[in-house]
Write a protein that binds this ligand. Structure first.
Ligand code: PRP
Length: 214
């Protein structure tokens, strides 16, 4: 039995689509309802909160998993990144009101003690530290755009896909941090002990991802 973790939410359909295109047994995966574990043949699929996926992999509970680049950077868990599926492309950016833009164009000292709301405190800390600024990071778990709107923060560091949420909340991209996409990762334990099995499934998944690349 090989266990594959899939993140619920915005990239679930992409991940499930690749599994199906790879021809792996996956009955019930496209419409799981409230099920969190789905088994078909020699495969078990775990449907997990995106930010928890790296943990399932690093503990070896899942042999393979689909995980967003944002989640992988933030978790910094020990696992093996096999390849980029090319799906779920989005950007991590710093965004805020237009009035803040001049401070981002000036010297790094202009950003000192800026209040930054984010779901990604590690990425935010790394980004602003590398830029030479120490900022005040406010860790939230969702609806990040609320923070600058209500005066809780000056700006946000978040993922942007269509840009619709920023626009609806009168925020603009102030700085690009990195591009991210959906990756296939493997547990170190499984790559060490079950490499043949892991590799053969990963190869099918990679070929399917290539074929369905946008
Ligand atoms: C993400 C992100 C933004 C939004 C960006 O939130 O945190 O709020 O999507 O997408 P867009 O550029 O296509 O508008 P998500 O929908 O995952 O929900 P959350 O705010 O509860 O984390």
């Amino acid at each position: 039995m090989l266990t594959i973790a899939l993140p619920t939410g915005r990239v679930f359909a992409d991940a499930a689509g690749i599994i199906e295109a790879a021809g792996l047994p996956c009955r019930g995966l496209s419409s799981p309802g409230r099920k969190l574990v789905i088994e078909d043949g020699d495969f078990r699929y775990i449907l997990a909160k995106p930010s928890d996926v790296p943990l399932y992999v690093s503990y070896g509970t899942a042999d393979l998993a689909f995980a967003g680049g944002d989640v992988l950077l933030e978790s910094a868990m020990p696992l093996v990144e096999l390849f980029d599926t090319g799906k779920g492309r989005c950007r991590v950016v710093v965004a805020g009101p237009r009035s803040l833009a001049p401070r981002f164009l000036g010297h790094a000292s202009e950003l000192m003690w800026l209040k930054v709301a984010t779901k990604y405190p590690r990425i935010a800390d790394g980004h602003f530290s590398a830029r030479g600024a120490q900022v005040d990071i406010i860790h939230l778990h969702g609806s990040i755009e609320l923070a600058p709107k209500l005066g809780l923060s000056d700006c946000i560091l978040d993922i942007v896909q269509t840009g619709g949420t920023l626009k609806a909340n009168s925020l603009e991209v102030l700085e690009h941090v990195c591009d991210i996409s959906l990756r296939l990762v493997a547990s170190r334990k499984s790559t060490a002990l079950r490499w043949d099995e892991v590799q053969s499934v990963a190869k099918k998944i990679e070929e399917a991802a290539e074929e369905t690349r946008p």
